[in-house]
Design a protein around this ligand. Structure first.
Ligand code: SF4
Ligand code: SF4
Length: 419
């Protein structure tokens, strides 16, 4: 039995459920939220601002469509058509005026009303924090308007997620975006009816990496899988935000013990089929974290029509944070670690990988275009010149058109946080 540092109390899983208490063992207690260096976050925000994924990595976004199976390609096209109007509406949402004046009584503030309404609309976790502009993607800097952030997490279906890697899990993944995008717009209407502005930050058109906001709002902590681990559903969550001028009370970051628990668990690191997760933490743009190696993850996710093994094998996702932390306090062990039900997974068209077994792929498997669409066009031209190819006038004209199209596509496009 381990000594307990502190006990975290959180609202129940569903509206009306009793609060839960999560014990945090002394040997995994660190800091509320995340170990960060404020000066580094500010420095990188000014010197090398973050950029939307569909801009910075447009080349591989286009490439992914060339390696999807027909089934997945059709599914993704239908999803994109479905969410396109939701993205457009979200983009314009910050300009819509409130439908009434705020209540003049300073004692009536909107935090609880917004919280309850968000839960009624189906959001599984809701929190409030300052909108920290330092995380804003470069192309979204002029778009973001308001200073308070409402963090909204949508729980992805449990059963479908346990079948990862599978089309069922992908339906749950993208289906979550579709439903939450719609309900986020509904919540914005409620906020306007209370007398305040509401700008919807779509899950399909992220304005920033959302996890730091959720951590600051006390809704979870960053796991070694690069995802937010939340009390009731771990990383089986999809995230979006609404920013507002409503005077909401800010929540505080919480230490759930995850920062150090992950160092002991490491299940996702050991089970990632692409070996894209790393054991050791590094300082990255002011945060101490296990940095996912994108160049390993991206090709596997694209060629297998999705992945998400790092979600599926996480004990906090499968069992919930309370049972996992209670088990750790009682035994010093990680609940489910080494078991087939937690660690085994299928890979479509490849096979089943029991606990302890991993697939292997040759190095060609991990080759894909890098950078923006236009950078990749230049890269390919450079390669041809280095190879001694003659480039005809027609090819140069075609190249110029390709670069123009690439820039246009980047300017009008949008993309999910984790497409
Ligand atoms: S999505 Fe798959 S490949 Fe990518 S980090 Fe997670 S387990 Fe690894
Ligand atoms: S699987 Fe283990 S190491 Fe990975 S995020 Fe979940 S708790 Fe952390």
């Amino acid at each position: 039995m381990k000594n307990i540092s502190h006990v975290v109390s959180r609202p129940g899983h569903k509206p009306g459920d009793p609060d839960i208490e999560i014990p945090v063992a002394e040997d995994i207690a660190t800091v509320p939220g995340h170990p960060i260096r404020e000066t580094d976050i500010s420095f990188y925000s000014r010197s090398t601002p973050l950029e939307q994924w569909h801009v910075e990595k447009g080349a591989d976004r286009d490439w992914a469509w060339t390696v999807y199976t027909e089934e997945f390609s059709e599914f993704r096209k239908a999803h994109d058509e479905h969410v396109k109007p939701l993205v457009e509406e979200s983009r314009n949402s910050g300009d819509i005026e409130p439908t009434t004046d705020p209540d003049p009584d300073p004692d009536i503030e909107p935090t609880e009303t917004i919280y309850q309404k968000a839960r009624e609309l189906g959001f599984g976790e809701v929190g409030f924090t300052k909108y920290d502009r330092r995380y804003t993607y470069f192309t979204k800097r002029r778009w973001t308007k308001f200073t308070n952030a409402i963090c909204l997490a949508w729980e992805q279906d449990y059963d479908a997620t346990q079948t990862t890697i599978s089309m069922d899990a992908e339906h749950a993944h993208y289906g979550s975006y579709e439903e939450m995008g719609k309900q986020g717009l509904e919540l914005a209407k409620v906020i306007r009816s209370l007398g305040y502005h509401a700008q919807v930050h779509s899950p399909n058109d992220a304005s920033a990496p959302y996890i730091p906001f959720f951590v600051n709002a006390g809704l979870g902590q960053l796991g070694a899988n690069g995802q937010l681990l939340m009390p009731h559903f771990g990383s089986r969550a999809r995230l979006m935000m609404i920013t507002t001028d409503a005077p909401v009370h800010h929540d505080k970051p919480v230490d759930y013990g995850i920062n150090k628990f992950c160092d002991q668990c490491q299940v996702c690191v050991q089970r990632c089929p692409a070996r894209a997760l790393v054991k050791e933490k590094v300082w990255w743009r002011g945060a101490l974290k296990n940095k996912v190696i994108y160049d390993r993850c991206r090709p596997l996710m694209s060629k297998l029509d999705g992945c998400g093994v790092c979600i599926k094998v996480c004990p906090v996702q499968k069992y919930g944070m309370k049972p996992v932390m209670e088990h750790y306090v009682e035994t010093g062990e990680v609940l489910g670690k080494g078991s087939e039900e937690l660690e085994g997974y299928p890979i479509p068209r490849v096979g089943y990988f029991a606990a302890g077994k991993l697939p292997t792929f040759d190095s060609d498997f991990f080759e894909f275009p890098h950078g923006t669409r236009e950078q990749w066009a230049f890269e390919e031209l450079k390669q041809r010149l280095e190879d001694g190819d003659e480039i005809s006038d027609e090819e140069l004209v075609a190249f110029a058109k390709r670069v123009k199209n690439a820039v246009d596509e980047t300017n009008k496009g949008w993309g999910a946080t984790d497409d």
